[in-house]
Design a protein around this ligand. Structure first.
Ligand SMILES: Nc1nc2c(ncn2[C@@H]2O[C@H](COP(=O)(O)OP(=O)(O)O)[C@@H](O)[C@H]2O)c(=O)[nH]1
Ligand SMILES: [Mg+2]
Length: 431
């Protein structure tokens, strides 16, 4: 994650084409039954699908979506491409028992009309209906370069290379590839190829436009591609288009009103449904009369990271902030286990949490509950999160979109023994 934020590489077509070309005839077009001669294919809609390394969580995946949106924008300068939204499911953190969490469409978490105002997107089920069957013409498994890269010689490149890791797809009797396609067991890949990539999302565009006629192309391990321009206008357009689904916003708003005396009017956090109409805010919002906290635990404490505080230290910080900000209420979003929760309850008896009933959990799922937590954190007078947690980063962005003073947003807890406790970077919104 850290690396992907650092590189804000600029894409150059000329360089890339020559690099792809240098591989010679070896880089042949996908041999798909469904693919058409180039001329005819150009007139037809083409589908970009993608997936991310299985252990990656919800909030890094949201970041990868931004990179894919940027790639779609590049592709659409040449032909008609649409992004197929990878169904949610089987995420490591989504462990609520007895709830079926696979093949979840994006509409359960995000507002599709808002997404579509940025780039054309469709759900996987629409792809199945539209493309005429559960086949993906070409799967590119993205990977790094076996030899790595020499310090100081960063260059953007993409090359067909032998697969470095064991291929997660296997050929069946008919020569089709089976693998993990978001829980759609009947889906098959027709061709699978490994590509070594180094660079930003759009470096792959010439490959998709020139080296294959496949109508549907899936980029697996898409997180290997970096942002075209992290924090630029394109980045923010896509980020702003990722409006949470209305039903989740409503749950968050009701919770704010009921337990935190918070509403858009008195908080001055006016939400505009159509993100494309939002411009620089005329005045700073106030936020609800509560402190919001994101306390990331579980795998963040297992490694004894020095930038993550003990609960005791976090509680001290929370009490001192409440005093400084003259606030009485603290909303806590956390992935703490039962034991940590009990300790938190003792240390901060006044804490408020969103605790879904089983029915609510079944309805919103772990992803929806995470969004409700994020929505409530985004509306607080002041927010403090956990160091390098993408869950906290997405809250920063949500608050940036709402127009909050950065001083109230880009804050994080320090580890008990941490010497240089650097605070999060302010990524200013670009309209
Ligand atoms: N509801 C809820 N879930 C959380 C919270 N913190 C972490 N999680 C869960 O743990 C996952 C964290 O993984 P990820 O999204 O990758 O963020 P990161 O690992 O903190 O960078 C989230 O997607 C949630 O499923 C929280 O405060 N509230
Ligand atoms: Mg994670």
């Amino acid at each position: 994650m850290a690396a992907s934020v650092l590189f804000c590489a600029v894409w150059s077509t000329a360089v890339l084409l020559s690099e792809v070309g240098a591989e010679g005839g070896e880089f042949s077009p996908g041999q798909s039954a469904a693919s058409l001669p180039l001329g005819a294919a150009a007139a037809e809609r083409r589908y970009l699908l993608y997936d991310v390394n299985p252990p990656e969580g919800f909030n890094l995946r949201r970041d990868v979506y931004i990179r894919m949106a940027s790639l779609i924008k590049t592709l659409r300068k040449s032909s008609d491409w649409v992004l197929v939204l990878p169904p949610w499911g089987r995420l490591y953190h989504w462990q609520s028992p007895d709830i079926h969490q696979v093949r979840i469409p994006w509409a359960e978490f995000f507002d599709l009309d808002s997404l579509n105002k940025n780039i054309p997107v469709i759900e996987y089920e629409d792809f199945l209906a539209e493309s005429g069957g559960p086949f993906i013409d070409q799967v590119y498994v993205l990977q790094g370069y076996a030899e790595g890269w020499k310090e100081g010689t960063w260059e953007e490149k993409v090359d067909r290379r032998p697969c470095i890791d064991k291929l997660m797809y296997s050929e069946d009797k008919s020569g089709y590839y089976r693998g993990w396609f978001w829980g759609y067991e009947e889906t098959r890949g027709i061709n699978v190829t490994c590509l070594s990539v180094q660079g930003s999302a759009s470096i792959i565009a010439p490959v998709l436009l020139k080296n294959t006629t496949a109508r549907s192309v899936m980029l697996d391990r898409a997180e290997n591609l970096l942002h075209d321009h992290y924090g630029g206008k394109d980045y923010w357009d896509t980020r702003r288009s990722m409006v949470f689904a209305q039903h989740l916003r409503i749950v968050g708003d009701e919770f704010r009103a009921r337990l935190l005396q918070s509403n858009d009017k008195t908080d001055k956090t006016i939400f505009q449904e159509d993100w494309t109409k939002v411009k620089v805010k005329p005045s700073l919002p106030l936020g609800g009369p509560y402190l919001a906290v994101h306390l990331r635990r579980k795998d963040f404490i297992w490694g004894h990271r020095e930038d993550v505080p003990s609960l005791r230290r976090a509680a001290e910080e929370i009490h001192s902030l409440l005093k400084k900000l003259k606030l009485k209420k603290v909303f806590i979003a956390t992935d703490s286990d039962r034991q940590d929760l009990e300790e938190l309850q003792k240390l901060i008896p006044e804490m408020v949490r969103y605790e879904p009933t089983w029915e609510e959990l079944e309805l919103y799922k772990d992803g929806g509950v995470a969004i409700i937590d994020q929505w409530i954190c985004a509306h607080a007078r002041y927010f403090i999160g956990t160091s390098v947690s993408t869950f906290s980063f997405r809250i920063h962005e949500e608050r940036e979109i709402l127009g909050f003073d950065p001083k109230t947003t880009y804050n994080r807890f320090c580890g008990d023994q941490e010497k240089n406790c650097e605070q999060p970077t302010h990524w200013k919104i670009v309209y």
